[in-house]
Design a protein. Structure first.
Length: 473
């Protein structure tokens, strides 16, 4: 590869301002969200639209240049970070940020890959519709990245992951061809489901440039409550009761260990511990109602009263206003921030069958304590879909960095082994990237790995599309 010739061709295609090579300009593109990986790129390239992206991919193929697609760079597994060779280019899709169409009658919205998730939500709301994907990074993550990692978030219980919210895609193939699959159809049984191959593939099979997304009717009311319980088993019993009584109106169901709430109150003094006394577990639950606020409140109170009568719930707070509801959600969303403020910790984004969550926690907590005595468990997540952020903090008074260095490998191996024993997955919503790439191969069967390699080889025979991610080396 003649680097000078390649960069000149990129500048001719994109314009000089959109071919970044100076460290002062490229730095934010080369470090992942958790600062676990710092790469080195030949250039950061910023195409303006799908046609320019396709032309850019063809240029990379002609010069044999490996490509790393990137959206908002909010990923947590190093999937959008280049390696340290300096041979790869980052293709940033942030300029592809148009809402192309809102079809309110068809309940669809077509957005380009660089659109911020919050802007997609706002465009849907302007049409009096709802796009329900919601996560903490929605003000900075992009819809292309959400689809590339099959993002989850807080409303999966009712609406599903990003995959379930996507009807069609526009994709640049590894050969630089543009596939227009932006069909807003609920039924299309005309061959292989190409859309689902690209979703969750982390840019290893092609570059998502736009998506047609599902919209829903705006709920008339949302009602939120925080319930205190004695155990994860009680949380599962509350989930079953709420699903039986509220059915599809149950939108969110978030489990938080007591230490999570204590940690938030300790780090953010404006957020007080919500109950008069500590309880082992808390659940944040939310109903979305298409009838009225009064109907939603009555239903939520009936669920909680039934749970209290059965001895499942020990105490409960029902939000009486939007401000109180936001405060309860802010408590949940502050947990990762409180962790970060306390320093490095051992993070796990795992999922097991919903029925196995209590058994997993009961089996795994003692194993972790046996390896790292005194470690503090920061366990929270989306109980309604079995996804836990099962995180481990250093004991009080122990340097977090030293704790991470000593215990990350044995603790993570033990947690992943327990996940596998409970028929779970080591990555629920963050993807594999380069962080979990090799660990995943340890738990997948040779048949599954071979099928994945066959797909990669068929789509990207030159191996230029986000190499070193997802599949083990």
């Amino acid at each position: 590869m003649n680097q000078a010739e390649f960069l000149t061709a990129c500048r001719d295609l994109l314009g000089r301002d959109h071919v970044l090579t100076e460290c002062a300009d490229t730095g934010t593109y080369l470090t992942d969200q958790r600062k676990r990986y710092v790469g080195n790129a030949l250039a950061v390239l910023r195409p303006a639209d799908a046609a320019q992206t396709a032309a850019l991919v063809r240029l990379c193929v002609a010069h044999g240049v490996p490509m790393v697609p990137q959206g908002g760079n909010t990923g947590l597994a190093g999937g959008a970070t280049p390696d340290t060779s300096g041979r790869q280019v980052v293709i940033s899709l942030r300029r592809l940020d148009r809402i192309r169409q809102v079809d309110a009658d068809n309940l669809t919205l077509t957005a380009e890959a660089g659109c911020l998730l919050a802007n997609v939500q706002a465009a849907a709301a302007a049409a009096e519709r709802l796009f329900p994907l919601s996560l903490a990074a929605e003000g900075s993550c992009t819809i292309g990245g959400n689809l590339a990692t099959n993002a989850g978030g807080t409303a999966v219980l009712r609406y599903g992951n990003a995959r379930e919210l996507c009807l069609g895609l526009e994709v640049v193939t590894p050969q630089g061809e543009l596939w227009d699959g932006l069909r807003g159809l609920r039924k299309d049984n005309t061959g292989y489901d190409l859309r689902d191959l690209f979703i969750g593939a982390e840019g290893t099979l092609g570059l998502i440039t736009a998506a047609t997304l599902k919209l829903f009717a705006q709920p008339a009311a949302r009602m939120t409550a925080l319930a205190a319980l004695d155990s994860p088993a009680d949380a599962l019993a509350l989930l079953n009761l709420a699903q039986r009584m509220a059915g599809p109106l149950l939108t969110g169901f978030e489990l938080m260990s007591d230490f999570c709430l204590q940690l938030v109150a300790q780090v953010f003094t404006s957020q007080r511990y919500p109950f008069a006394q500590p309880y082992a577990q808390s659940v944040l639950l939310e109903l979305s109602d298409n009838e009225s606020e009064a109907h939603a409140r009555d239903l939520l109170e009936r669920v909680l009263n039934a749970a209290i009568e059965r001895g499942i719930v020990r105490d409960a707070i029902v939000a009486s206003s939007l401000t109180q509801s936001n405060a309860l959600w802010h408590l949940r969303e502050s947990i990762p921030l409180a962790q970060s403020a306390k320093g490095l910790n051992i993070k796990h984004d795992i999922a097991v069958p919903v029925s196995q969550v209590p058994a997993f926690i009961a089996a795994t907590d003692p194993i972790v304590q046996g390896i790292a005595p005194g470690a503090r468990m920061v366990t929270f997540g989306h109980l309604g879909d079995g996804n836990l952020h099962y995180n481990v903090m250093a004991p009080d008074g122990i340097d977090p960095a030293a704790f991470l260095t000593q215990y990350q490998s044995p603790v993570t191996a033990a947690v992943h082994d327990s996940v596998h024993a409970h028929r779970g997955t080591i990555s629920a919503e963050h993807g594999l990237g380069q962080f979990k790439r090799d660990a995943s191969a340890h738990y997948k069967s040779p048949v599954e790995i071979a099928l994945m390699r066959a797909l990669k080889s068929a789509f990207d025979p030159l191996g230029l599309m986000n190499p070193g991610k997802v599949l083990p080396g």
